[in-house]
Write a protein that binds this ligand. Structure first.
Ligand code: NAD
Length: 284
């Protein structure tokens, strides 16, 4: 059986390091602060918000929630984000997505201040991600994937990595971060002809496609490393990932569980990005 690589030790280590950094900042009279912007009250957003608030409190990042009504107009919404851009006490802004369909996310991308954009919505941060410019703010979930691979000493340089899923939240930025570590990256998506064959040739498989247990044992090479970003609820109401964990676990060298894998690290990265943004804004 492969090693089950859990997110908690990774999250705890990041939190420990952050707590020290935050103490130093507080000693200088600076208190990193996150503003969460939520429109309406989707259960997914509320669950993530709860985790984010708990994590921030634990490490010493201040956090406040700005809840906007589901009926908010585009102009009011944009004005609310601009107000946070201008608030000197706020260092990071997280906007829950997807937004209700009457709100235009494209305008938000160009409005959110790049230096406070801790989940990489702004084209400025997207560009820095592409360039491998570390002064940018990379998105939290793909960064959590990278932190897990680093923590468990998974070699990436020159390795074949297949990413299944190509969204702007998970797959695409994960592929770029992996490429920036000199991996040879294949990206699969819904129109890929033979995703199984692409996965089979990989030393590392990163999956974030939102299809419960899509990735089968036959898709994975013996001794590969598998990172499962998926968070799904199966027909029996159980949480599961995008990988058929029970079967795949016997074939791999390492695999992240769901729950308890990537999801457990994401909120630590969120707090880390707030601290990074805070330091950049204070020229530290
Ligand atoms: P999405 O629907 O925006 O994108 C899904 C991607 O997967 C698309 O590129 C699509 O082409 C691809 N895809 C879909 N079915 C496929 C198939 N059969 N074969 C190959 N590719 C296929 O989803 P998302 O927002 O990127 O989320 C993906 C998963 O990651 C979801 O389960 C979501 O809950 C989870 N997620 C987890 C975290 C975390 O912190 N762990 C954060 C965000 C999303």
């Amino acid at each position: 059986m492969g090693e089950i690589i859990k997110g908690k030790p990774v999250a705890d280590k990041i939190a420990e390091e952050l707590a020290v950094e935050i103490e130093v900042l507080k000693g200088k009279g600076i208190s990193p602060k996150l503003a969460i912007v939520r429109v309406g009250a989707r259960p997914d957003d509320l669950a993530y918000e709860k985790g984010a608030l708990t994590r921030c409190k634990k490490v010493g990042v201040e956090a406040e929630v700005h809840e906007f009504s589901q009926e908010i107009t585009q102009a009011e919404f944009i004005a609310g984000v601009k107000k946070l851009n201008e608030d000197k006490n706020v260092h990071g802004i997280l906007v829950f997505r997807p937004l209700p369909s009457h709100l235009d996310e494209k305008e938000l991308k160009h409005v959110i201040a790049a230096e406070k954009d801790i989940d990489c919505l702004s084209p400025v941060n997207e560009g820095k991600l592409m360039e491998g410019d570390k002064t940018g703010l990379a998105p939290c979930t793909p960064t959590a994937v990278m932190e897990i691979l680093k923590h468990y000493n998974v070699e990436l340089q020159g390795k074949n990595v297949t990413v299944i899923g190509a969204s702007m939240v998970v797959g695409k930025p994960a592929a770029i971060l992996l490429l920036n570590e000199n991996a040879t990256v294949t990206i699969c998506h819904i129109f890929t002809k033979d995703t199984a064959a692409m996965a089979c040739q990989a030393d590392v498989v990163v999956v974030g496609c939102g299809v419960p247990r899509l990735v089968k044992e036959s898709w994975i090479a013996e001794g590969a490393v598998v990172v499962d970003v998926g968070i799904n609820v199966d027909a029996d109401g159980n949480m599961c990932g995008d990988v058929d964990f029970d079967k795949v676990v016997d074939k791999v060298a390492m695999i992240t569980p769901v729950p308890g894998g990537v999801g457990a690290v994401t909120t630590s990265i969120l707090a880390k990005n707030v601290v990074k943004a805070c330091k950049l804004q204070n020229n530290l």
